[in-house]
Unconditional design. Structure first.
Length: 264
């Protein structure tokens, strides 16, 4: 991270041009988060050959999978009623709901499922609304880090999607990039049972394991403030906001450091 510094120190000139100088400084110091990521990747590639190899592997995988065709029809999103009898679930206690919900997806190796407490989801949702995209680091072989791109989509009044794509694939295909992990948050039981049901899928064709996807999801929760209201959580949310605003406070190194910290 760097800041532009003005060399002229004359008091009279500073007084006369104070507003203009401050405006220019703010404009010049604004950071493009994806440009910052590109610079970070270049530094890491120069420092470690293993990181370069990991990046090439990710790009090759992105090219192999290919983009989503622009002509692909948009399918209606699935609501909670697509999976369960919502009215019957409203009559159940939380432990019963958890057993039935998890068993619904237990036979599918690539499937993900969870119950999200209401207070945790409210923090997650509020920050997702304000910050609909972010980057998540994933440790690879040796000391390499692979960066993934998270996007939120608010598809219906009771349904929210989170989609994770490798940054290499996103940069290659942009809006037509294929997410390797998709999560669906269902809010139909919010008022009656004070919980949110989540299910998701890790694409079998993607170069990512279920365990790696779970690690990315854990860091998604940490940076979006879902796990706790603590100093560490507030630091991570600040980095999230810095990314959204293109602030000079944004730093990929800080994101990696916070993602590896055991503090919640």
């Amino acid at each position: 991270m760097f800041m532009f510094r003005l060399g002229i120190r004359t008091d009279d000139l500073t007084t006369v041009l104070k507003d203009e100088i401050e405006a220019k400084k703010k404009e010049m110091n604004k950071v493009d988060p994806l440009a910052e990521l590109a610079e970070y990747e270049q530094r890491r590639a120069a420092e470690a050959a293993t990181k370069q190899n990991a990046k090439k592997t990710a790009e090759q995988n992105a090219e192999t999978r290919g983009p989503i065709s622009p002509d692909t029809p948009t399918q209606p999103y699935k609501r909670l009623e697509s999976y369960i009898n919502v009215e019957k679930f409203r009559e159940l206690e939380t432990p019963q709901i958890e057993v039935l919900w998890r068993s619904r997806f237990a036979s599918k190796e690539e499937a993900l499922s969870a119950l999200v407490p209401l207070d945790a989801f409210d923090r997650l949702y509020a920050n997702a609304r304000a910050n609909p995209s972010f980057v998540l680091p994933l440790p690879r072989d040796g000391d390499g880090i692979e960066v993934h791109y998270l996007q939120w989509s608010f598809v219906g009044p009771h349904t929210t999607h989170a989609m994770i794509t490798s940054l290499a694939e996103y940069k290659l295909h942009r809006e037509y990039a294929r997410p390797h992990t998709t999560l669906m948050f269902h809010q139909e039981l919010r008022d009656s049972n004070e919980l949110i049901l989540m299910n998701g899928l890790v694409e079998p064709s993607a170069n990512i394991t279920r365990e790696e996807a779970q690690l990315l999801i854990m860091n998604m929760q940490r940076f979006y403030g879902a796990l706790a209201d603590s100093p560490a959580s507030r630091r991570r949310v600040q980095l999230l906001e810095d990314f959204t605003k293109g602030s000079e406070g944004f730093s990929m190194e800080k994101i990696i450091e916070e993602s590896q910290s055991l503090e919640n």
